[in-house]
Design a binder for this molecule. Structure first.
Ligand code: SUG
Length: 455
C-alpha cells in the first residue's frame, strides 16, 4: 500500500446499543460486578443514553464511531425450545414460575458488549485482502450462547459487500472451542494500515498435554480456549509469523478477570497491561517483539501500583486506547477509575507522565453497563477499515449528529427507566421491545435481522 493508502486506514469503534431489557440478574460467573449486582433494579433508558453519549463524545472528538443494534429479548423462542408452550404470555408466566433463572437468561441485554460479538481481522493482514469476521460462540454461559446467530446476521447485513468482507462460521459451541471474540484478541502494529501481529489470549487448553509451566484457574472458569483462538486465526488466514498465542494468568481469572480486556489493552504499537495479565509475561513480549515490524511499546502497570481488586473494580484496563492524528493516544476510562485513589494516581503519574504516547484521559460514565461488568472497551467492537471498505458498509450505522439525535429520541420513546427482576415476565415488556427493535432496523436501514422479522 502507498503511504496515502496507509494513512487512510482507520479504526471504527462499533458500540453496542444497550437493549430495552437491560437488567441485573447476576448471570455471569467469574464476573465480579455481575455476580454482586444481581437483583438490583436497572434503568435501561439511562444505560442506553449513557452508551449513546459515549459514542457521541468520541465522534465529536474526531474518532470514527459506529453502532450495532441490540438483540431480540426476551428470547421467547429459546424458552419454547426448552419446552415452554402456549401464547407468549403463557410461556413467560410459566418460565417465571418454574424456571426463573431461564427467564432471566433470555432477557439479558448482554449483546451490548460487542467486544464479545466476534473477532475481526483487517484486510491488510489477510491474503485475499478482505476484512474477515467470525462471530463468537459465547458458549460458556447460556444467556450469551443465545447471541451468535443474530450477531452473524447483523454483521452480514452491515458488512454485506462480498468484495470487501468475508464471514466465517461460528466455532462449534462446545467447551473445547469456547470463544469470547475480540475481548481476547489484540492487533498490534505501527500505523493501522501497516501489517499487524495478532495477540490471542486464552485461559485454558482443551486438547493435548498442557504445555509446561501452564496451569488453569481453580475458582472461576477460563472462557477462551487456545483451540478456539487457533481456529479463528486459521479461518482468517493468519500465519504463525502474524500470531502470538499467550495464556492469561490463571490467578487473574480467579480474581475476576474473565476476559483479557479486563487486564490489558493494546492499540497500534502500545500494549498497556497489568503485571498479572499474562502467565509468561517476558515470553509474550519477546514473541511480540520478534514478530512485529515496528517496535513494541509496552506500558506495564505493576501490582504494587494497582492491586488486582482495584484493577477489577475500576476497569482501568477496560479503557479504550484511541489514536490521534499527531501520534498521541487518548485513554477513555470509566468513571470508576476516579473513585480509586491508587488507580487515579497511576493514570496521572505513571501513564500520562510516562514515556509513552498516552497523552490524554477522558472519563466516561457507563455505570449501568459497569454494574454488569462491562466497561468502555467491552461496549465496542473495533473494526479497522480502509476508505473503500468504510464506503462499502450497508445501512446507516456510522454515527452522525442526526443519527445520534434519532437514536436518542428512539430510546426516549421506547425505553423504561426502571426494570426490577419481577418485571421480566411482563408480556408488555416483550411487546415494547419488539416494537422498538422493528423501528430500529428501519432507522439503521439494515433490513430484517431479528427472528420475529424473519418469520
Ligand atoms: O460476559 N456480563 C458480561 C460482560 C461482558 C464484558 N465484556 C468484555 N469484557 N469484553 C459477561 O460476563 C452479565 C449479565 C447479567 O448478569 O445479567 C454479563 O453477561
Amino acid at each position: 500500500m502507498s503511504a496515502a493508502d496507509i494513512s487512510s486506514v482507520r479504526e471504527v469503534n462499533f458500540d453496542g446499543l444497550v437493549g430495552p431489557t437491560h437488567n441485573y440478574s447476576g448471570l455471569a460467573v467469574g464476573n465480579v460486578a455481575s455476580m454482586s449486582h444481581g437483583g438490583l433494579v436497572s434503568n435501561p433508558k439511562e444505560g442506553a443514553l449513557q452508551g449513546l453519549l459515549k459514542m457521541k463524545s468520541l465522534m465529536d472528538a474526531g474518532y470514527a464511531q459506529g453502532v450495532l443494534p441490540p438483540q431480540q429479548r426476551p428470547d421467547i423462542g429459546a424458552l419454547r425450545d426448552l419446552g415452554f408452550s402456549g401464547s407468549n404470555s403463557d410461556v413467560l408466566a410459566r418460565a417465571a414460575k418454574e424456571a426463573p433463572q431461564l427467564l432471566r437468561a433470555v432477557c439479558s441485554a448482554s449483546s451490548m458488549w460487542t467486544a464479545n460479538a466476534g473477532t475481526m481481522t483487517p484486510s491488510m493482514d489477510v491474503p485475499d485482502s478482505r476484512v474477515h469476521f467470525t462471530p463468537a460462540n459465547l458458549q460458556s454461559s447460556f444467556h450469551r450462547y443465545l447471541e451468535p446467530q443474530t450477531t452473524g446476521r447483523v454483521l452480514q447485513a452491515i458488512f454485506r459487500d462480498e468484495q470487501h468482507f468475508a464471514h466465517h462460521p461460528v466455532l462449534p459451541a462446545t467447551p473445547a472451542f469456547s470463544d469470547e471474540g475480540a475481548a481476547n484478541h489484540t492487533r498490534l502494529c505501527g500505523e493501522y494500515g501497516e501489517p499487524g501481529v495478532h495477540l490471542f489470549v486464552y485461559g485454558r487448553q482443551a486438547f493435548g498435554d498442557v504445555r509446561s509451566g501452564e496451569r488453569e484457574p481453580t475458582r472461576f472458569p477460563a472462557r477462551q480456549t487456545l483451540e478456539a483462538s487457533q481456529a479463528v486465526a486459521r479461518q482468517h488466514g493468519l500465519t504463525q509469523e502474524q500470531t502470538v498465542f499467550a495464556q492469561q494468568h490463571p490467578d487473574a481469572i480467579d480474581a475476576g478477570v474473565f476476559h483479557n480486556d479486563v487486564i490489558a489493552v493494546g492499540n497500534g504499537p502500545v500494549l498497556l497491561y497489568h503485571e498479572m495479565a499474562f502467565l509468561d509475561e517476558e515470553g509474550t513480549l519477546n514473541e511480540l517483539r520478534a514478530k512485529m515490524a515496528s517496535p513494541l511499546i509496552p506500558v506495564r502497570v505493576p501490582l504494587e501500583a494497582v492491586s488486582m481488586e482495584d484493577a477489577v473494580a475500576s476497569y482501568l484496563f477496560n479503557s479504550q486506547l484511541l489514536s490521534n492524528p499527531d501520534g498521541t493516544m487518548t485513554l477513555v476510562v470509566p468513571g470508576e477509575c476516579q473513585e480509586r485513589e491508587a488507580v487515579w494516581n497511576t493514570i496521572q503519574n505513571h501513564l500520562l507522565a510516562g514515556n509513552n504516547p498516552i497523552s490524554e484521559v477522558i472519563v466516561k460514565d457507563v455505570k449501568q453497563s459497569m454494574r454488569n461488568g462491562g466497561g468502555p472497551a467491552c461496549l465496542r467492537l473495533r473494526v479497522v477499515l480502509k476508505d473503500a471498505e468504510r464506503a462499502a458498509l450497508t445501512g446507516r450505522v456510522l454515527l452522525t449528529d442526526t443519527l445520534y439525535d434519532d437514536l436518542t429520541a428512539w430510546v426516549n420513546r421506547h425505553y423504561r427507566d426502571r426494570l426490577a427482576p419481577d418485571d421480566l415476565a411482563d408480556p408488555k415488556l416483550a411487546e415494547e421491545s419488539l416494537t422498538a427493535l422493528d423501528e430500529l432496523t428501519q432507522l439503521l436501514k439494515i433490513g430484517s435481522v431479528y427472528p420475529f422479522q424473519l418469520g
